[in-house]
Design a protein around this ligand. Sequence first.
Ligand code: ACM
Ligand code: ZN
Length: 765
Amino acid sequence: MSQFIKRFILFYIVCLFLIRSSAGEEVLSIIPEPVSKQLLRGEFILRDNTSINAEIGTLKNASTYLQGYISKKYGIRNKVVEKTPKKNFIRLSVTDTLKNREGYVLKVSNNSVEIAGASATGVFYGIQTFLQMLPPEAKCHKKIAVQAINITDFPRFSWRGQQLDVSRHFFPVDFIKKLMDVMAMHKLNVFHWHLTDDQGWRIEIKKYPLLTQIGAWRDSTLIGAYGQYPVMYDRERYGGYYTQEEIKDVVRYASERFITVVPEIEMPGHCISALAAYPELSCTGGPFGVGPRWGVYNDVFCAGKDKTYEFLENVLDEVIQLFPCEYIHIGGDEVPKDRWKNCNACKHRIHEEGLKDENELQGYFEKRIENYLHNKGKKVIGWDEIIDGGLPERAVVMSWRGVSGGIKSAKAHHYTIMTPFDPCYYYVYQGRYEEPLAGGDCNLASEVYNFDPVPDQLNEAEAEYILGGQGCAWSEYMPIGKIAEYMIVPRMSALSEALWSAKSKKNLSYFLERMNDQYLRMDYYDINYRVDYPANYGFVNRYLEEKVQITLDNIIPGSKIRYTTDGSKPVKSSKLYKGHLTLHLDSIKPVVLKSRTFMPNGRQSVVHEGIFVKLDWKASVFPEDAIQGLNFNYFEKELRSVEEIIGKPDRTGVNDSVISLNNITSNSFALVYDGYIKVPESTVYNFDLSNPKGKALLCIDDMKVVDNTAVLPHYFQGNGKIALKKGYHSLSLKYLTTDMGKRLRLGCHFNDKEIEEIPAAWFYH
Ligand code: ACM
Ligand code: ZN
């Protein structure tokens, strides 16, 4: 054979191999992505007479789960046998050749499927991976061909958690089980059950029946967003709790899915539901009602009275009996010190124990409880505030106010779990438009995907103290399970990869491709996951041109986008977006663009709506004797809308920029700036207005450029464009806050320049 022909054949074989493996990559949608996988030639045929071969003792749980899943989802019935058949079997075994306790090896060949785990847990994760190699849709099959493969896999972190707050809203046991099914699919292994808080005590404690008779029920619940005006309540009794039998049932269900349930009993704050039942445990003696609104309450457990500790120890004794796991979460977050400062018992305790102040009193409280639990063989977890008053020896820190608490804790050689508000809190928005009511920030699924629980500030030895991370589903804005599902998924899928997969394996676009099958697997569990809508335009979009090309995009590969420009809601028969869209704009009548995602499985996103307008040039003005700075009018009162900012101001003056709010001491105030902005060139300016805890309206030359006054659930407009001729233009900026916001920022970008904050030199009056 000539050298050329040999080379050609070799080239041909390599091409075939590459084509095969890239095709294989496409069909293999495993989430979280395994550490290593090698596609092989051939396939295993799964059918009724395939046996599941497992050691009945240690692997009974895992084999029963596998058998049940295949039978329910595909109608294929396999027998579990103890003796290994010659062929056509799935063998589950425990091996001592793997280092990571949760690791496994999965080998699929023509003859058999071998799942060997370092423990029964590892075997279970091998099963989860194997199940993700089967068709994602639930449908009866006579036989299923499974791609031959070798996979070696183990998690990056040992704590892969999902928290659920059942106090703000109560979720029935069936919902918790469903959540665990989806957690198991994602190889998440800790269910952090936030069982008590101001708005309801949700765990039966036999010694203190009033905790659930009184503490589990509130008379009313806040309507709408926290901080919204007018404040309204629904005046409906709301509540519920888990009996100890139900808790045992949940713990058993979790253990069948190799999930540890970690209970959280909040102390010394977030406990007004307990104080409503036992007011003598407070500093003032009450009376109290179970909390109807969100946020932080000033009444907390009295840290001075011995009976507080006696009560909590008795409660914890029952909790310990119900939860076999090694950890108990004792809260410790957001504890106002107002009551302790005015309480004789607390003052006495501070004096007796030689403590410096109320912060140290909180440290004393937590150390005392930690010590009690330590003697019972349990480890304590607390939110990162437990660092502030002196971190109890041995305590594990859960870092939520960013990662700084977690960094401190790991550097102090305390085990640490990272769940920073940004991006691990799922009670905030996950899109910038058209979302159901949520907390005022936005954590996108892609931001969750890119989360790394190990901050750069930690060296290798310190990083060993990071146990992992978790997603937190605080339920203020999750009144029912369906909304909780929407808020949790797909952020849970994204986090699973951040917590399990090797860092080198992370790849957002590949993840999004694999999500297509994951959505179908979630359909099997009837999960109301969020479907992303085309979000690459805002509520208000302005262009100088009459004709603009718009691109529409979402994070769901394989989905279709349909749109309308006639004001109607996009439906299955509406125009299909084919990669580009031209809009003809007018400066008087805006074009209303409505778009929506349609997934192959029939699911649809909400409709995303925005207006598109043509910009007209604004000529500059020539003010006489303009000097630097902006006039301001300051109103020290609680106002709710910019229209209410009228009348005589409490203070007036000139400020060099719009962000000098530091010398304002009141929490509720309004400010009006007016004067001129002098822009350096004739172009389109995109103004960025940020006022996270208030309302603000920016007008230039009498045009509303950025309107951040909308009532939730709509996210603020945030930025807006205007075409300005070089020179002076009149400017007015109105701002009000009632919530210690005091954050106002005005930036802009134009041409290729980005200005974080508009320089004082641009402002005149
Ligand atoms: C928390 O979000 N207060 C822990
Ligand atoms: Zn007290």
